[in-house]
Design a protein around this ligand. Structure first.
Ligand code: ATP
Length: 365
């Protein structure tokens, strides 16, 4: 299997007067798995279709292994595609469906069956080679579609919500399976999804898209822990945004000031260029990184207080009202017993878990 790098630069795509892609830059090393993640209508499919050659961007460049793709038609790009709806030919067997792409490429007859059988084997379906699509389950049909995309030994594998039609259990199984196959072959893959968990579970790299632009690119853990903007933080969800004045604490850091019961600080270095002229900023902390410490009833007026708690199995989810708005924490059951509703608390987190977001005027609007 060949494995290729992908370089997308300055890609713009308009449908009539509507601009769906507004200057996309992306780069992917060979063998990497990229998830394009974003809300409905942000341009994920448009970008994938542009890479595949089904859309013709008005500006920008797309290169695979340094080779310009723009002049090439989809077939000439040697890319494998898998869609949400499997698009299998109903009258062909599983083997026939997989062999079809090879046949179109003029592969000698003698090779067809062998290569198609190997591809079906790879997705664990060689025993069902003679079945037609209607005799296969959704997951099995999607495996056939994957085998059909892989049999041509594509330079890139492009997947558009391939697991979207499967039920949750099967979807999770297929996530693992797909990733295993991709890693085993070392094929470079671009995967469209609007499911954050799916992107986190599968990808080496995630590009979050918003309104035709890429809002942030990074490894799953970076994106989860340190969103690059207010919008990305809200999109990824389950984190807290705490907005307030930050004042030097004389120890090389800045403390959130004047919020009783909220003890959050960042290093001065992390704050460079991220504070408004009045010294205010927005802190981001994930719910599971917050520590809640119960205080006595004689805590200062206006201090943070627990407003609700709920058992979620592994954690308790505890909501706290503070002078700068509500925060949500996930705490271990042994800590939750002291955090009854109405209890004053101190909300804190380790400095490395607290991220000061860039100023909104630096964000894409
Ligand atoms: P979803 O998750 O819902 O599939 P998406 O992020 O993949 O969405 P796209 O399908 O790329 O988004 O669409 C991006 C924008 O371009 C949307 O506003 C869509 O309405 C518009 N669009 C897509 N295809 C066309 C087309 N052929 N003509 C006009 N507008 C289009």
């Amino acid at each position: 299997m060949t494995t290729s790098s992908l370089e997308v630069s300055g890609v713009e795509l308009r449908y009539g007067t509507f601009q769906a892609l507004k200057g996309i830059d992306l780069s992917l090393d060979s063998g990497q798995f990229l998830a394009l993640l974003g809300p409905s209508g942000c341009g994920k499919t448009s970008l994938l279709r542009s890479i595949a050659g089904f859309e013709r961007p008005q500006a920008g460049a797309i290169e695979v292994d340094g080779k310009d793709m723009m002049p090439l038609r989809p077939r000439e790009r040697n890319l494998g595609m898998v869609f949400q709806h499997y698009a299998l030919f109903p009258h062909l067997t599983a083997l026939g469906n997989v062999a079809f792409g090879l046949k179109c490429r003029g592969t000698p007859r003698a090779e067809l069956a062998d290569r198609a059988t190997m591809a079906l084997d790879l997705v664990g379906l060689s025993h069902l080679a003679d079945r037609r699509p209607r005799q296969l389950s959704g997951g099995q049909q999607q495996r056939v579609a994957l085998a059909r995309a892989l049999v041509i030994e594509p330079n890139l594998l492009l997947l558009d919500e391939p697991l979207g039609a499967l039920d949750r259990k099967l979807r999770i199984e297929m996530q693992t399976e797909l990733r295993r196959i991709q890693q085993r072959l070392g094929v470079t893959a671009v995967f469209v999804t609007h499911d954050q968990e799916e992107a986190m579970a599968m990808a080496d790299k995630i590009a979050i898209m918003r309104d035709g632009v890429i809002e942030q690119v990074g490894g799953p853990q970076d994106i989860f822990a340190a969103p690059a903007s207010h919008w990305a933080a809200e999109f990824i969800g389950s984190g807290n945004l705490v907005c307030g004045a930050l004042r030097p604490n004389g120890k090389g850091g800045l403390d959130l000031d004047g919020v009783p019961g909220v003890d959050l600080s960042v290093s001065e270095q992390a704050a460079t260029g991220r504070l408004q002229s009045d010294g205010r900023g927005t802190l981001f902390v994930r719910a599971e990184k917050l520590t809640l410490t119960a205080q006595n009833e004689d805590a200062v007026p206006g201090t943070a207080r627990v407003t609700s708690q709920r058992y979620l199995g592994v954690h308790y989810e505890v909501h706290v009202e503070t002078a700068v708005g509500p925060v949500r924490a996930l705490v271990a059951p042994e800590s939750a017993s002291q955090l009854e509703v109405g209890r004053p608390v101190t909300v804190s987190a380790a400095p490395e878990q607290i991220h000061l977001l860039p100023l909104p005027d630096k964000e894409t609007t």
